[in-house]
Design a protein. Sequence first.
Length: 314
Amino acid sequence: MFCLKDGGWCKMPLGAICVLLFRHSIFFFHLAHFCGVLSQVVGPSDPVVAIVGDDTVLPCHLDPAVNAADMTVEWTRSDLTPRFVHVWRDGVELVNKKNEAYMERTSLPINNLKLGDISLKLSKVKLSDRGSYKCFIPALSGQASVELVVGVVSSLIITVMRNSEDSIKVVLQCESAGWYPEPELLWLDGEGNLLSAGPTETLRGPDDLYTVSSRVTVEKRHSNNITCRVQQRNTNQSRETHIHVPVVFVVWKYRSKCQETQKFPLITESISPSLRKKEKHCIPQKVVLTLSTLIWNKRNSTLGLQKKRKTNFI
């Protein structure tokens, strides 16, 4: 082996050449990592779904993982002015560049950055947070997009209405206000089968939130629970309210007996024999009746919560 020295050729031991190449390889390996040649900015393949008021994480990381604590990390939304949601530079957050809508609601944990995790933590999610975000590292000239879908869910109320054309039927109306994105409303019987109901009325308010309502007619032969369900498929959120049909007809039966005095029966806890004593249970009309042991609201199984809800009789 030879090398060129001072215009001439000289011999170089093979071992020295190997050491030289090895040292240069290590140098270029570290240089490649430093310059980001071997690392890419990677975001999620699916949108991130969050509910208003919750905390969420917009995932983004380096692959292969390298320490990003000393790098500049920028999270932006191109539809905002200023567009910066969070800027990390020289080991600190640059608050002066930040959009006011995100003040004190974002963070990049230093321990995560050291592991190449540049995911943005976003707290107290707002409906206005929905949109497309970009995580960008200038030193790597790499960026990734993250789509945030924000949902708003609300409770349901079933109102029982008399069907003037048929004394053995009543109309149930289910209504829920304050949803986003637009939900769908379904009526189900006790076995989970869809019931034939009137068309769903949908209204969108100036705040972009949706109100949905629908009516279904039930008869005495319906000897099970009727369920009103409002759900959002793209956020995988739903709310349910159940009503026991026989109880509805018991209410109407005793309500009719009180009409002579222009008063209606009140049921506060359960249907009991004492309900037959009309004078003790007649109250002024237009009252809201609560069947607290028979009517309840079941939240989406992912939340694992149940709440009692009101059922109105008008």
